[in-house]
Design a protein around this ligand. Structure first.
Ligand SMILES: *Cc1c(COP(=O)(O)O)cnc(C)c1O
Length: 483
């Protein structure tokens, strides 16, 4: 499925040398300063390094390519599908870029599906994973050939009704015209999400494979495994298993064990059904991102090596693999750049007051221990400040005391008018705005290198005051009469 530079030809190495990414970013930030793009009206920008996004996507594709696979899969080899989790970066131009590189989209809502379709991602490359799909969500996906993973038994009942599983039960197909041979009559690949119940990672809110996680069918619950095997045996159109054990903070080995559980279940289903039924295993995303240094670590090749070790059958060539990475694909390609509006000292603590806070770094503000972010202090011209480090708080613009990006962080002394770069914010950050204090969604710019020049484009403009007002219900006419 993957296309673009590097795939199938470059070795599965980590990323470009660490200094290249950092150098390119430093040049881009200086360029932003030189162009005067940070103003009173837009004192905060999100910045995407497209070259780094492309490099990481190519690294993913080549890390998972099968031995024979040069470019697309060799004849007879399964064609894997790498999707990006839309929730990590719901920006249409970014999804377009990834779509052009051959990736698909993992969507968790109708809105995310709409973004993926608008980005030109073909329906067969979209996987729909929402846990609370309505009947119309299900119909929408089935009618368009979008793959979906069923989250539980009640949802499966609804799918049965939609595709007329009941050829046997005599129900007519509501939407897609299932035939008596037991095919679904839809182009959608339909799977079931299982929860291997292998325990939490380092961050409980990010762990989806605990005993009681809200996602999927618990594989170790009494009778569940047997029920799953039965359900597949009587529904030849169920052809996929899905497992996603969590995000940030999950060890690779732990995720791999959950994936092994899914592959073993696929084998059991096939042997019970007496046919090659489970043709695709969706291994989710969740690879941890390095927030403490520059490297794209771990490399996708390292993850593949762990998977080869723990779940070798995944690479048997009998089943296609789907991946759904978000943070590990995009976080390190994004930077927030804010102007320091004021500096002050309170109770002996130096505080830099910036425009980057809870609206763009929500997780860091609410759970600072779990989500520390690297910061770099720049002079007003965008060059890095080199000075002895002193402990400082870095505050955001929101009106609550906890709106801090860092507490007591050792940084070169920050001056009013300086710039502050907040690193590794390309996923779940500036693209995933938190509405508070009527702060606008921020402008997002992207850069790429062309013939040694930095080329810029706008991914999204800052939300205008008019748009903010409309969002706040300002367009509503007052009632003509008062009750
Ligand atoms: C959030 C999510 C992902 C992406 O997780 P990352 O940690 O960003 O890689 C993939 N699949 C599912 C089902 C998810 O909920």
């Amino acid at each position: 499925m993957c296309a673009g530079p590097g795939h199938g030809t470059s070795p599965a190495r980590g990323t470009a040398p660490r200094s290249r990414h950092a150098d390119r970013r430093a040049a881009a930030l200086r360029d932003v300063a030189r162009r005067g793009l940070l103003t009173d009206e837009t004192p905060l920008l999100g910045i995407v390094d497209e070259d780094r996004v492309r490099a990481r996507a190519a690294e993913l594709c080549s890390a998972f390519s099968r031995p024979e696979g040069a470019g697309s899969a060799a004849p007879g080899m399964p064609a894997d599908l790498h999707t990006v989790a839309v929730k990590a970066a719901p920006l249409v131009p970014l999804l377009e870029l990834l779509g052009d590189a051959g990736l698909g989209c993992e969507a968790a809502s109708r809105g995310e599906i709409a973004l993926a379709l608008r980005a030109g991602v073909p329906p067969e490359r979209i996987v729909f994973d929402a846990p609370a799909k309505t009947r119309s969500d299900i119909r929408f996906a089935l009618a368009r050939g979008i793959s979906l993973n069923v989250d539980g038994w009640q949802e499966l009942d609804r799918i049965d009704e939609e595709i007329g599983h009941g050829a046997a039960a005599g129900t007519a197909s509501a939407v897609t015209g299932a035939d008596a041979a037991g095919t679904s009559g839809t182009a959608s690949r339909i799977g079931v999400r299982v929860n291997p119940q292998r325990g939490a990672g380092a961050i409980s809110a990010m762990s989806t494979a605990t005993e009681t996680s809200k996602f999927g069918v618990g594989l170790r619950d009494p009778g569940a495994r047997e029920a799953l095997v039965e359900v597949f045996a009587s529904r030849p159109w169920l052809t996929q298993l899905h497992v996603h054990s969590g995000s940030q903070g999950m060890a690779m080995e732990q995720m791999a064990l959950g994936i092994r559980d899914a592959v073993e279940l696929a084998e059991e289903i096939d042997s019970r059904a007496g046919r090659h039924q489970v043709t695709r295993v969706d291994i989710g995303g969740g690879l941890t991102t390095n927030f403490s240094g520059e490297d794209d670590a771990p490399a996708y090749a390292e993850y593949r090596a762990v998977l080869e070790e723990v779940a070798p059958a995944l690479f048997s060539g009998r089943r296609e693999i789907v991946t759904e990475f978000g943070r590990s694909l995009l976080a390190k390609a994004g930077t927030l750049l804010t102007r320091v509006e004021y500096t002050k000292s309170t109770g002996g603590r130096r505080i830099a007051v910036t425009h980057a806070g809870v609206q763009v770094a929500t997780r860091t503000v609410f759970a600072p221990e779990a989500w520390p972010l690297r910061l770099t202090v720049l002079a007003p011209d965008g060059t890095e400040r080199i000075a002895p480090a002193v402990p400082q708080d870095v505050a955001g613009p929101a009106c609550f005391a906890g709106d801090l990006l860092a507490r007591g962080r050792l940084l070169p002394r920050i001056e009013t008018g300086d710039l502050l770069a907040v690193h590794d914010t390309g996923a779940y950050s500036f693209s995933t705005h938190f509405g508070y204090n009527a702060l606008p969604r921020i402008r997002v710019l992207a850069h790429r290198e062309e013939a040694g020049q930095i080329r810029w484009r706008t991914y999204r403009d800052q939300q205008s005051c008019e748009e903010l007002l409309a969002e706040a219900g300002a367009g509503r006419a007052r009632p003509l009469t008062r009750e």
